[in-house]
Design a protein around this ligand. Structure first.
Ligand code: PSV
Ligand code: MN
Length: 406
């Protein structure tokens, strides 16, 4: 490995310059991302089915054991995102601050912490909407859940609430589109009027599902206008799988950064729709990171503008621990690539209308560079295994959990 790192770094320095390579190593060393508790549990955390792969975590304690193991190998994933009704509820109906407090202690024992808290609106009782429901009783129940989640995020988490509404309709005529939006807006106004100003609320949009004809917050524009209306502590949450095919997500990122909107990411990868697959180090991800880097919102460069980085994944068949490690690796590779881009040269090419040369300049770093030596070095310098996926395979952890969790 030593020689692969040395030779690889030399090639990168020759092409992109030593400064940029050093900068990339430093950025990867500082990179942190939140991982979801639900990735270690039942398929989809109960949202889309109940398949349990061998060794899969059955309780929040087992989920935290897995998260702790992932953090030990990556050094980048201390914070664990939680879902109210999967992680803080005994009856599956309400989340309890007492349970959250216990989970917070269990996190601390494992060198972890509670990250963002998501109210769980898509389980029982939201088939006719949550915050857009026409029945006041239903709306009140979901408003109440968001407020308890806010309290938990404030006392035991990192002050971040992430909210996704499964509200929508299946057929034209089923729901009044304007009324559904207005009712949701009013419900959100009520939540925000009671939420402590220390809490950041990120609104997640999604083009469809479960509503196949309409969705109340289907796009970043709707999330953005709601966030603007609701106040400074409300922002937009971008999930990779929540767009129509072919959407230029990096451009959405660039817009939101320029608008100085508070934002967050739910990283994952998709092929069909909202697949929630592990992140791959693909060109799209590298381009997104290029916008995050040039927009100076990556890696807490400017705490006021920093975005919240979270992984939201849970796909059916693969080894979950391997899949999360793969995601963290892919994100770090994408960050390293983004830093290698020679922004000055690119700008000159853009100004000179050198279309193809500009494209090649970007792709030299984002697609063609092999940045694995940067990421390996960043880990070795922090006494972490250079390849966390390989380290997991060699660790015996999988054999252990498969034997224990029958
Ligand atoms: C909705 O599809 C979503 O992306 C939201 O973030 C949920 O909280 C999450 O999936 C978990 O099911
Ligand atoms: Mn999401």
């Amino acid at each position: 490995m030593d020689n692969r790192i040395k030779n690889g770094l030399q090639c990168l320095e020759d092409e992109f310059g030593k400064d940029r390579v050093v900068q990339a190593v430093q950025a990867v060393k500082r990179f942190e991302v939140e991982i979801p508790s639900w990735v270690f549990g039942k398929f989809g955390g109960g949202r889309f089915g109940g398949y349990l792969p061998p060794g899969c975590a059955r309780t929040i304690q087992e989920k935290l054991d897995d998260a702790a193991f992932v953090h030990k190998l990556t050094g980048a994933t201390r914070s664990v995102a939680m879902h109210m009704l999967w992680d803080f509820s005994s009856d599956g109906e309400t989340g309890s601050p007492e349970t959250a407090e216990k989970v917070a202690f269990q996190c601390r024992d494992r060198n972890l912490s509670i990250g963002s808290v998501s109210p769980t609106y898509f389980l029982n009782g939201s088939h006719r909407g949550s915050l857009s429901a026409t029945e006041q009783k239903t709306r009140m129940r979901f408003i109440e859940q968001a407020l308890i989640a806010g309290q938990i995020a404030d006392q035991f988490g990192n002050g971040l609430l992430t909210l996704w509404l499964p509200d929508g309709s299946l057929y034209p005529g089923q729901a009044a589109l304007g009324r559904a939006f207005e009712t949701s807006k009013k419900s959100l106004e009520e939540i925000c009027s009671k939420l402590d100003r220390r809490i950041t609320l990120l609104l997640e949009y999604k083009v469809f599902e479960p509503g196949t004809y309409s969705t109340v917050i289907p796009d970043w524009g709707t999330a953005y206008l709601l966030a603007k209306h609701l106040g400074e502590n409300v922002g937009v949450l971008v999930d990779l799988g929540h767009h129509p095919h072919g959407t230029n997500i990096e451009q959405i990122v660039a817009r939101l950064i320029r608008e100085k909107m508070k934002c967050g990411f739910h990283f994952n990868a998709r092929y069909a729709a909202d697949d929630d697959h592990a992140v791959e180090p693909n060109p799209e991800m590298a381009r997104i990171f290029y916008e995050l880097v040039t927009g100076r919102v990556a890696n807490n460069e400017n705490p006021d503008k920093n975005w919240a980085y979270m992984i939201d994944q849970c796909s059916g068949r693969e080894d979950r621990i391997q899949a999360v490690l793969h995601s963290v690796d892919s994100l770090q590779l994408s960050l390293a690539k983004a830093i290698l881009v020679d922004q000055e040269v690119l700008r000159r090419l853009q100004d000179a209308d050198e279309i193809i040369l500009a494209n090649r300049c970007l792709n030299d770093a984002l697609i063609l560079a092999d940045v694995r030596p940067i990421v390996w070095l960043a880990r070795v310098e922090r006494n972490l295994p250079p390849d966390p996926v390989a380290a997991y395979c060699e660790s015996g952890y999988r054999v252990k959990i498969e034997a224990e969790r029958v």
